[in-house]
Design a protein around this ligand. Structure first.
Ligand SMILES: [Zn+2]
Length: 198
């Protein structure tokens, strides 16, 4: 390894823990940070910490928020009878970008994955059950990724919920094996409009 000063080495190591950042990109970012104006670096450092301190999961839907209850849960104009269930906050952000959905969300905080030992008990399924029983929900849209884990999760939730509420799944059009996050808004919007019963 190159003989970087220790502090620089630590910065490069830290940057490499970020997704998609390999050793070369990490070094490039570190040298950029070294040459950037102090004010810029301070703004970056404080926004990293501030994000961690202020952003937390909404206690109702588990979407990310810096408020006590997220702005979607507390918005009286959103349709409280339709609940869209997704794996991660990034999926809810993707669906919001389509501007096709006016209901509320429930974030599972993961998807069922037996290989990685992620079972339904480790997800926010109990909380989903409780919401379906206690809130005036008429329809649950299962909008988990069209991957093996996403499909397994959707099948599981359908079995769990079908006696309590109408359950629908995003229509095909979202490519199998892809992440919702990277599906373009038009395709995702169409999949949402064309949702079907399982
Ligand atoms: Zn919420």
């Amino acid at each position: 390894m190159d003989d970087y000063p220790q502090a620089l080495e630590r910065l490069i190591d830290a940057l490499q823990t970020l997704p998609t950042v390999g050793p070369k990109s990490a070094a490039r970012l570190a040298f950029h940070i070294l040459q950037a104006p102090t004010s810029e670096v301070e703004a970056l450092a404080s926004s990293l910490l501030e994000t961690r301190e202020r952003i937390h999961p909404c206690p109702t839907c588990f979407h990310l928020t810096d408020l006590e209850i997220c702005s979607i849960c507390s918005d009286p104009r959103r349709d409280a009878t339709i609940l869209c269930v997704v794996g991660q906050p990034k999926d809810a952000f993707a669906i919001e970008r389509t501007r096709e959905f006016r209901g509320k969300y429930h974030i599972l905080q993961g998807l069922i994955n037996p290989i990685e030992g992620i079972t339904a008990e480790r997800l926010r399924v109990r909380e989903l059950h409780q919401r379906v029983r206690e809130e005036p929900i008429r329809e649950v849209i299962l909008a988990t990724d069209p991957t093996v884990s996403g499909e397994a999760t959707a099948l599981y939730l359908n079995r769990e919920l079908e006696d309590l509420v109408q359950v629908t799944r995003l229509a095909s059009g979202v490519a199998v094996g892809s992440d919702l996050e990277y599906t373009d808004e038009v395709t995702l919007g169409r999949a949402l409009r064309g949702r079907r019963a399982l």
